[in-house]
Design a protein around this ligand. Structure first.
Ligand code: FMN
Ligand code: ATP
Length: 179
């Protein structure tokens, strides 16, 4: 896996399959999305790209604890057979960018498909959503992955389980990455 630390506009790919997100924890929901991207990339014979942020936006804005530091996140992405991981430094300069500027950066990856979950938002003040992204790219979505109890798996939920001392349940939702 190639790790790309992003300053904007530095990675060019002639074609790719892309997913974007915080991916804090690389939990079972994230894993399903990323596996889909890897599978589609294999079908097309082109690279699978994960565009992610360091720190995750929620850790930056809401000061919540990080589930996986960058090294651990990258290890998990590598295990999932991602070809390129773009790790954008999420700081003041980065987040002053507009949704349009973010779209220009994504265009450098020439994505054949961009895969995200239904609740995906991007850009300043989370102003961009699926409609804005679909206006420019071929956007595909996966259904939310839920746990046995029927609740959608999310990094927020895993943080709550950890805070409540329910570590075994948290660990289950994070998955052991061995299969
Ligand atoms: C250029 C840029 C600016 C952003 N600015 C904000 C922001 O002002 N407030 C916010 O909550 N998230 C901001 N984000 C984070 C995104 O809204 C979102 O969290 C990120 O794209 C990851 O998607 P996800 O939360 O679905 O994983 C920004 C993202 C980008 C790419
Ligand atoms: N359970 C899930 N099933 C399917 N897709 C998911 C799931 N959880 C997250 N995703 C998708 O993964 C990408 C990254 O999402 P993100 O990292 O914001 O996940 P999250 O777990 O919802 O985080 P948080 O709880 O901090 O908002 C997004 O496209 C999102 O829609």
């Amino acid at each position: 896996m190639v790790m790309h630390s992003c300053s904007p506009y530095t990675l060019f790919l002639p074609s790719s399959i892309v997913t974007i997100g915080a991916f804090d924890g690389v939990h079972l929901g994230h894993q399903a999305l990323i596996r889909k991207v890897v599978e589609r990339a294999k079908t097309f014979g082109i690279p699978a790209v994960v565009y992610t942020f360091d720190p995750p936006p929620r850790c930056y804005f809401q000061k919540v604890p990080m589930l996986t530091p960058p090294d651990e996140k990258l290890k998990r992405l590598k295990h999932l057979k991602v070809d390129y991981a773009i790790l954008a430094r999420f700081d003041e300069a980065y987040l002053s960018r507009s949704a349009e500027s973010f779209i220009e950066e994504l265009q450098m990856l020439n994505p054949v498909e961009i895969w995200v979950g239904r609740d995906f938002r991007f850009g300043r003040n989370r102003a961009g959503g699926l409609d804005e992204l679909s206006a420019v790219f071929n956007v595909k979505t996966i259904d939310p992955i839920c746990c046995n109890c029927g609740e959608t798996i999310s990094s927020t939920r895993i943080r709550s389980l950890i805070a409540a001392g329910r570590l075994e349940e948290a660990r289950e939702l994070l998955g052991n990455m061995k299969d």
